[in-house]
Structures are given as structure tokens and as C-alpha cells.
Design a protein around this ligand. Structure first.
Ligand code: FEO
Length: 407
């Protein structure tokens, strides 16, 4: 995709990655983009780079506007590989450029590249770079989502370049939110925001709330948010901020996600009466089989629901491996404000259900228990117990949800 002017003399010069599906283990069914921005002013500035595989695409987009050797400044908001992968190529082409980056960013950059001979200036919140008609003001956002992270605000353009925050993994010809909604749909765009948040930003809710409060306190006049992935928010930048505040505060649907795996279908069969019990209690339910679902989708579905039931057979006295993998991902994401329970089947000795409750406790996740276990195949009586279990759990989720809403 060719360069796009997003504000007067400010261009998107990134790359669309139509084919990526595995983003460091996170499945992204819709591909992604690596956004970076070129500001043409008395001093010319490039904000962020692109993934190394897309260096030539990014360079071509820049070269169609100016000779890259004329770049005076390169701002690096975030040093993860998808944003600095092509930085060494850019420095080769713009050898006189000064790099602006946080102190922690500089330390990290030195681990990825041989930076001797690079002109690097470290910046902190409030520092400014005057390029002519534009001013670039830096705002550190440590742990959103790496220690080095920052954003760049350009007051004259009312533009916030927000690095990963407010991004989405969407490969699309649309460069802006309104263009995407026109060719796809609003729910698809919001789902991509939730997916990104759940899989990348879930652990940082408190930081997000505080950082958005900082932005509001600084009274930054923003009418466009340009993230480093996906579409640029020009039609309704307030909506994505509102979504982030809601998610950071733990917003979820009154629903139960049943996330399970199964050996000989006994654990799977248990889900059927549970779903009915949950539904009969007036709560929506969805069922996600782990081996049939990308992990990132299972995480997103967990995040969207107020309640979660995790099901696993016991295999060799242990939890089923795919369930253990899910729980490992979940533990790292430090979920909050969700009610969890567990169920499963076993042959000659159980254990998986107990293990799951132990893991919920380790994560400090609220639980309703003690769960339900069935030996070999669920009998009609077991099926009735599963129905009652689902119904009781849904009732507890309803109460938990009401308490959450009351604050
Ligand atoms: Fe898109 Fe944290 O990198």
C-alpha cells in the first residue's frame, strides 16, 4: 500500500502484512500492519520503523515522498522487533539522523543493534522536539506495554501517535476507522480492539487507566490517534479511549465461557447440560474447545465473559496439556474481575479439577466451587448434576456481575 497523508504533511509510510497469522505465538487471523509516520517539516522526522521483512516496502513509501537521506530525526516510541526491525536500514539511509528514544529504549536498542556511531538522544515525558511548524511532545508510557514505551503527541496536528496502544491486528486497505467500518463493520473493528487488548494489554489495566487519566489531565487536544498497528482513529478517537477505560476497569458481558479440552469426549459431553443450565438461569454461554481454537481466540472469549468454566480430563494424574497451556497464558495475563470454576472427567483417579482451582488461586482469580468431576462416561444422573452445576454457577456469575456493576 502506498503512503497516505493523514494530516497536512504527515504521512503513513508503513506496510500491510496480509499473510501473517502467527505473531510471536499469538494467532492473528486477519493479518496486521506495521504503521510508521513521516513528518515533512523544516526538519524531517520519521516516527517508528517497520518489521525487518517489510524494510523495502517502508523505504519505498518514504522514497516516494523524499530522499531518505534528508531525514533529520527518527523517533522510536517502542523497541519491539515489529517496530524497530528495519531501523538499521533506515540509519544506513539517513546516517545524519538523530534518534529520539527513552532511556530504557536506548538500553534495549543496544541489545538489538550495534548502536556505536548512532546519534541517540534520550527523552522523557514533557520533552519536545521542534521541527518547524510542528512540535513533537513525548509522553513516556512505561509497561504499556514494554519498559521503553512512549507516545508522541503533535499539538498543532491534534495527533497522538500511540505506538501499540489503541492498535488492532487487521490487514486492510482501510487506513482509517471510518474507512474500515464502511467496508467491513463497526463490531468487527471493536472486536479487533478487544482481541488486541485481551492478548497483549490485559495485565496493564491499572497503568492504562492512569495513563489515560494523565492524558486527560494534560488536556491534550486530540482528534486523531495513530497507533502502530491497524487503522488510524480519525472518525471517533474518543470511542477507542472509552473502550480502553472500560476494559481496564474490567468490563465484561454477563455470559459464561466454557473453555475445555477432551480425550474421549466425556469432558465434552459434560458441557452440554452445563450450557443448558446456564441458559436456563438467564445467562448466555459459549463453548470453546481448546484444540479446535487458536489460543488467542480462547483468551479473548475468556476476557469477554464475566464467568469462565475450565474443563479438563485427568491424564496420567495431570491436567490435559492443552488446558495447561491455556492456563499458562492466562496466568501471565493476570486476569481480574472474572469468576472461575472447573470441571472434568477421569478414569481411575482425578486431579485435573483440583489442579485448576489451585491455579485460579495462584492467579488470585475469584472462584465458585468446588467444581464437578465425572468418572469415565457421564451417566444420566451425572448429566443432571452437570445441568445443576451450570445453573448454580450461572446464578453466582449473575450475583458477581451485579456486585461488579455496583462497584
Ligand atoms: Fe507491536 Fe509491542 O509491538
Amino acid at each position: 500500500m502506498k503512503a497516505t497523508e493523514i494530516k497536512p504533511d504527515i504521512f503513513w509510510v508503513g506496510a500491510v502484512d496480509w499473510s501473517i497469522r502467527d505473531f510471536h505465538g499469538y494467532v492473528i487471523p486477519h493479518g496486521s500492519t506495521y504503521n510508521n509516520y513521516l513528518i515533512i517539516d523544516e526538519e524531517i522526522t520519521l516516527v517508528d520503523s517497520v518489521k525487518s521483512d517489510f524494510a523495502e516496502t517502508g523505504i519505498r513509501n518514504i522514497t516516494n515522498i523524499i530522499d531518505p537521506a534528508r531525514i533529520d530525526n527518527i523517533v522510536i516510541n517502542h523497541i519491539e522487533n515489529d517496530h524497530v526491525g528495519a531501523l538499521d536500514r533506515m540509519v544506513d539511509l539517513a546516517p545524519d539522523a538523530t534518534i529520539y528514544i527513552t532511556e530504557r529504549g536506548k538500553l534495549g536498542l543496544g541489545r538489538f543493534f550495534n548502536i556505536s556511531g548512532w546519534d541517540i538522544r534520550t527523552v522523557k515525558t514533557g520533552d519536545e522536539l521542534h521541527t518547524g511548524k510542528y512540535t513533537l511532545r513525548f509522553l513516556e508510557t512505561p509497561m504499556l506495554h514494554w519498559p521503553d514505551s512512549m507516545m508522541t503527541y503533535i499539538p498543532q496536528a491534534r495527533l497522538l501517535i500511540s505506538q501499540d496502544a489503541f492498535g488492532q491486528h487487521l490487514a486492510t486497505t482501510a487506513r482509517f476507522d471510518d474507512e474500515f467500518i464502511e467496508c467491513a463493520s463497526h463490531p468487527e473493528l471493536e472486536d479487533a480492539v478487544v482481541d488486541y487488548y485481551a492478548n497483549i494489554l490485559m495485565p496493564f489495566g491499572k497503568l492504562i487507566t492512569n495513563k489515560i487519566a494523565d492524558i486527560q489531565e494534560l488536556k491534550l487536544d486530540i482528534d486523531m490517534i495513530a497507533p502502530d498497528h491497524g487503522v488510524i482513529w480519525r472518525a471517533n478517537p474518543d470511542r477507542v479511549m472509552e473502550m480502553y477505560l472500560e476494559m481496564a476497569a474490567g468490563k465484561a458481558d454477563l455470559s459464561v465461557a466454557i473453555i475445555y479440552d477432551t480425550m474421549w469426549k466425556s469432558t465434552e459431553i459434560m458441557t452440554q447440560p452445563m450450557v443448558q443450565g446456564i441458559k436456563d438461569e438467564g445467562v448466555e454461554a459459549k463453548v470453546i474447545k481448546l484444540r479446535a481454537t487458536p489460543m488467542s481466540v480462547a483468551i479473548k472469549e475468556f476476557w469477554k465473559s464475566r464467568g469462565c468454566l475450565v474443563g479438563s480430563p485427568t491424564l496420567n494424574n495431570e491436567v490435559f496439556p492443552s488446558v495447561a497451556e491455556f492456563m499458562t497464558h492466562l496466568r501471565g495475563l493476570r486476569p481480574k474481575d472474572r469468576l472461575a470454576g472447573a470441571f472434568g472427567s477421569y478414569g481411575w483417579s482425578g486431579g485435573a479439577t483440583k489442579w485448576l482451582y489451585g491455579e485460579f488461586e495462584r492467579m488470585k482469580l475469584d472462584t465458585a466451587g468446588p467444581g464437578i468431576q465425572v468418572q469415565y462416561r457421564p451417566s444420566p444422573e451425572d448429566m443432571d448434576e452437570c445441568y445443576q452445576f451450570g445453573r448454580k454457577f450461572a446464578g453466582e456469575v449473575k450475583e458477581y456481575h451485579q456486585n461488579y456493576q455496583k462497584g
